[in-house]
Design a binder for this molecule. Structure first.
Ligand code: CAA
Length: 294
């Protein structure tokens, strides 16, 4: 997965400096993959603490990949040296592309898009890692809607092969080509989908996770047994409840709510247990407890 900066330059139409907004699980993973492949990365977050934790997560992930032999030993310092943390969005002014990976909340994302519009040159691309909010709606927040696109990475970003690329109604072909080229240069496989709630990934995945939560709620089996059925019976690498803990139950709930609102179909109704767990602060791995304890 280690590609020289020269190859990257040729493949990605002069994208050399990339901004990432949000240093949480997805943002720090995206920053890591970009920097490993030779790009200069400005990693922005409103919180110093989240930035520090994000950089620590990147260091740990790089060490895992080096131990495995996937990355050369000298890639750790070189990668970290290319990541510039900041709490100021204006620091992203030199970026040719920004990937927004903030909380899955439309108001927060809208604020970030408005601010980026003011800071970035007119031709810069605004990508978002949203997992479910309509890209057409997000593009309409910007004064450059044709340069807005979805770049949906999967968790854990350094390991997962897919980038779901979502075209808003407004996205132009040049933006689409630049972003799919970048995804390929990062060693990922882009799959382009049209805009629709949950896109393809979460339209299919989240109802499965929600159904697993219903099965637990109805006491048909333990969490472990539900996950074992899906692992051993369907060859999934981890069960749906363990996966929900990895993704974050708050994220799962917010995606179910968006599917429900957009399609107005009761089949997307969030499981009451999922709602309660989020209310109780049991958000999965990140809070130390979800369907399992960590
Ligand atoms: N950085 C670097 N390497 C990592 C890593 C990270 N953050 N996380 C895991 N790895 C590596 C490990 O080093 C290990 O490597 P080897 O097998 O070569 O030794 C490998 O990945 C497997 O890790 P583990 O042995 O710790 O655990 P595992 O076998 O359960 O694999 C997993 C972990 C790859 C995450 C696997 O469980 C899996 O594929 N899970 C499903 C993930 C998934 O479905 N993601 C999509 C979520 S949905 C989403 O992201 C979109 C959304 O909008 C919600």
């Amino acid at each position: 997965i280690y590609v020289s900066a020269k190859n990257l330059w040729e493949k990605t139409m002069q994208i050399r400096t990339v901004g990432v907004v949000g240093a949480g699980t997805m943002g720090n993973g995206i920053a890591q993959v970009l920097a490993t492949h030779g790009l200069e990365v400005w990693l922005a977050d409103v919180s110093e603490t989240v930035l520090t934790r994000g950089l620590e997560a990147i260091r740990n992930s790089l060490e895992r990949l080096i131990r495995k032999g996937t990355l050369p030993e000298d890639a750790r310092d070189a990668t970290l040296g290319r990541i510039h943390p900041t709490t100021v969005l204006a620091a992203l002014a030199p970026c040719q592309l920004v990937v927004e990976a903030a909380t899955e909340n439309a108001d927060i994302k809208q604020g970030i898009f408005k601010a980026l519009d003011d800071v970035l040159p007119a031709e810069a691309i605004l990508a978002t890692n949203t997992s479910s909010i309509s890209l057409t709606r997000i593009a309409a927040w910007s004064r450059r809607p044709e340069r807005v696109i979805g770049m949906h990475f999967m968790n854990p970003v350094p390991v997962m092969q897919l980038v779901e690329v979502i075209r808003a109604l407004q996205t132009d072909d040049a933006t689409h080509a630049a972003v799919t080229g970048l995804a390929e240069a990062l060693g990922k496989t882009p799959v382009t989908v049209r805009d629709g709630a949950g896109f393809v990934s979460n339209r299919v995945l989240m109802p499965m996770i929600n159904e697993a939560a219903f099965v637990l709620y109805e006491n048909l089996a333990t969490a472990e047994d539900i996950d074992t059925v899906m692992k051993l019976g369907m060859n999934h690498p981890i069960g749906p409840l363990a996966l929900a803990d990895l993704i974050g139950l708050d994220t799962c709930l917010s995606i179910m709510d968006i599917l429900y609102t957009e399609f107005r179909d009761s089949k997307y109704r969030a499981c009451p247990l999922l709602v309660q767990m989020v209310q109780a602060g049991r958000l999965g791995r990140k809070s130390g407890q979800g369907f399992y304890r960590y």
